[in-house]
Design a protein around this ligand. Structure first.
Ligand code: F6R
Length: 242
């Protein structure tokens, strides 16, 4: 694992955007795996800027998002569909038909999950996967537990995640209790992975991801087995590893 410790959230965002832009420059047909949440917002703002300045061209790129809340309609301002269009897709020159997001629809969810993995495979797999990390060590919504799942699946969110994400909703009751998430298979098969983390609340998860045993209790710890992971963290998130 390559670990880059930076001084600020802004620097983390810029470094990450540069890596994504470099990937797309090297391979205009790149397949990008994308995350939501507060962590990558700054990276997306940088990518929008680079695209407007003509420094990165997304016109031939394909994207796959990691996850979506079950039952939140795309128009809901906390759906990840809404988030991605608001922060990135509506502001860059990616082609709408090249955007892939997990469905929020629970009808035929198993069939959807199967097809989502087939779509990823048909696109040739993910070239570069961007990840955030939960304070509990989740990546995507692969939550800590006894088992980890390979394929895209419907997951019950843990209390930790529901509580952490309630900051985006009016109340904790409004947070969906389930989500559809890519499994660890598509993530681990990605050619490259960039994991971003900022703030003290992520420091323990980062330490256990980087230095701890590989365990289902910290799903991100499996990244130790990947050949090309770059972790970009601010000083607070790196607090327990420096
Ligand atoms: C979101 C995702 C999650 C988040 C994680 C951190 O698509 O996959 O794993 O990356 O919950 O969220 P933030 O960045 O809001 O702290």
């Amino acid at each position: 694992m390559k670990i880059i410790v930076v001084d600020s959230y802004r620097e983390m965002s810029k470094r990450a955007a540069k890596l994504v832009a470099a990937e797309v420059e090297a391979n205009p047909l790149a397949v990008l795996g994308l995350a939501t949440g507060s962590t990558p917002e700054g990276m997306y703002a940088e990518l929008v800027k680079l695209n407007r300045e003509g420094k990165v061209d997304f016109s031939r790129v394909t994207t796959f998002n990691l996850d979506e809340y079950a039952g939140l309609a795309p128009e809901h301002d906390q759906s990840y569909y809404y988030y991605m269009h608001h922060h990135l897709f509506n502001q860059i020159n990616v082609r709408p038909e090249q955007i892939n997001m997990p469905s929020c629809d629970l009808e035929d969810v198993d069939q959807f999950c199967l097809e989502y993995d087939q779509r990823i495979a048909a696109a040739g797999g993910i070239d570069l996967q961007v990840l955030g990390i939960g304070g509990n060590g989740h990546i995507g919504f692969n939550e800590p537990g006894d088992q980890l799942r390979v394929h895209t699946h419907l997951v019950d969110l843990t209390e930790d995640t529901i509580l952490a994400n309630s900051r985006f909703f009016n109340s904790v009751e409004e947070v969906p209790k389930q989500a559809v998430t890519m499994g660890l298979g598509s993530i681990m098969l990605a050619g490259k992975i960039i994991l971003l983390a900022a703030g003290k609340a992520k420091s323990e998860a980062i330490a256990r991801t980087v230095c701890g045993l590989i365990t289902t209790a910290i799903p991100a710890s499996i990244l130790q087995l990947h050949r090309d992971v770059t972790i970009i963290v601010d000083r607070e998130a790196a607090d327990l590893i420096i």
